[in-house]
Design a protein around this ligand. Structure first.
Ligand SMILES: *Cc1c(COP(=O)(O)O)cnc(C)c1O
Length: 343
């Protein structure tokens, strides 16, 4: 039987969390003399709701995940860091992940002095499940997966992921930052079946809110409760909560952006493939394309000189020679293609 208490660090299990004034009383229309705030209304003079109740209820309805299975963080990055701090004893425990993938998992592990074990993806960019499980031991507390994966832009095979969820000894975290652009389904549908599954999603990509810093983790309520106990009490500020609530009302814009981006992605992939200097364009399930060049450094410098900034991934394992190109507006994509045609 899976028991979250066997995975939590001892000090976190024993922790008496900070109790804020707003934890003790909830509601509006009261006389608030409990938090030493300035009483004069600036629209920002009060502390934000530490539990983000309205925002979570709105997200719950959109995502079809109950509010008590949702954690909100200052970007997905906060959830990544808190998962490591809650479950990994520095110097003792370890994290397993795929390679190449999003860089923050390793950076957060390094900051927390937690060993990070990477297993190279297969040649078709799928997880090597046997090797990932072989690399895992009793101290492997977290497995980070990313689907669609950054930077390889493909989705991971469902059967491989399910096998990992079923056989990995700790929590399996699936980062779905790019799920809105994917033809594959979110793994969030499996949350009720797997008590060790954590899904990360974000408002930074499809929702057009990278600037507000708001990320989500979906998991069993026991896992969410642990993250809530150790987060900064007011981690999501009022401006973020307010702006997100406004934007979440406008799912039509988000849906329109997604379809325009996917259309532009397919256009860009076709146009890139026509260029003689482009050796390969990877199929993408995300809002970016991986294109391989014989001389990626020169192309990168050429584009930068023309004030077109792409991401050089040419030294990354399995991505040798590749530049990562975010899908822009139609005009931006045209500018990129015409610059490359003139090279
Ligand atoms: C962009 C991205 C994120 C988003 O992180 P935020 O902190 O929510 O902005 C998360 N994971 C991956 C793999 C990404 O590429």
């Amino acid at each position: 039987m899976f028991d979250i208490n066997n995975l939590i660090r001892e000090n976190i299990r024993r922790l008496v969390p900070y109790s804020s004034a707003r934890d003790e009383f909830q509601g509006e229309d009261a006389i608030f003399l409990d938090a030493n705030e300035n009483p004069y209304n600036t629209t920002l003079n009060r502390y934000p709701d530490p539990r983000q109740i309205r925002l979570k209820q709105t997200i719950a309805a959109i995502k079809n995940v109950p509010a008590d299975k949702i954690f909100l963080g200052n970007g997905s990055d906060e959830a990544i860091d808190l998962l490591i701090r809650a479950f990994c004893e520095p110097g003792t425990d370890n994290i397993v992940s795929i390679k190449p993938t999003y860089g923050m998992y390793k950076v957060c592990a390094d900051i927390n002095n937690v060993e990070f074990r990477e297993v190279l993806l297969t040649a078709d960019f799928q997880p090597d499940t046997a090797q990932l499980l072989k690399m895992s031991d009793a101290n492997s507390k977290l497995l980070f997966l990313c689907s669609p994966n950054n930077p390889t832009s493909n989705s991971l095979n469902k059967n491989d992921v399910v096998r990992l969820i079923e056989e990995f000894p700790g929590l399996v975290i699936i980062d779905e930052a790019y799920i809105d652009f994917s033809t594959t389904e979110s793994f969030a549908g499996l949350l009720d079946r797997y008590p060790n599954l954590v899904i990360l999603q974000t408002f930074s990509k499809a929702w057009g809110m990278a600037g507000v810093r708001l990320g989500m983790a979906f998991a069993a309520k026991e896992i969410i409760a642990v993250l809530n106990r150790i987060k900064y009490p007011y981690n999501i500020n009022i401006l973020t909560q307010r702006t997100a609530l406004e934007r979440l009302n406008d799912t039509a814009s988000k849906d329109k952006w997604i379809s325009m981006i996917i259309k532009q992605r397919d256009y860009l992939a076709r146009e890139l493939a026509k260029l003689p200097m482009v050796k390969r364009v990877l199929p993408s399930d995300a809002n970016f394309l991986m294109a391989r060049f014989d001389n990626p450094r020169e192309i990168f410098a050429y584009l930068t000189a023309k004030k077109i900034i792409v991401r050089d991934r040419s030294k990354v394992s399995l991505c040798e020679g590749f530049l990562r190109i975010t899908v822009g507006t139609e005009a931006e994509n045209l500018a990129l293609i015409s610059a490359l045609q003139q090279y």
